[in-house]
Design a protein. Sequence first.
Length: 139
Amino acid sequence: MPEKISGIVNNNLQLSLLLLRVSVFVVMAMWSLDKILVPGHAAAVFENFYFISGMGAGILLVIGLAQLAIEVAFVLGLWKFWTYGFVLVTHTISTLSSWQQYLDPFNNMLFLAAIPMLGACIALFLLREEDRMWTLGRS
């Protein structure tokens, strides 16, 4: 491949991975902030989708802060195997726990957005060493 075309492909790949990383971060961070700022809603999510009842505001705060810290490291491109892996695993669990919503897609269309986001998480994990634009982590 000629050097100019190779450079364009590399730049497009870098920009694409950056956009995926930032957009996945936005969604994941909102779920973490939900635990911190709206613990009642987060507790209902745990009960309805994960069958874990009695989640108090204190434990949700700890979980939310821990998740948010890992997600900030993820968006900064730090410790890629662990942070990209964490995002992939947690989103996979979230996606799978919503399986009943996929059986009635026309009444649960927003849940379907989890599927392409899962694809984005998988792509980011597989291409994590190529994801170097605006990262602090070593490649």
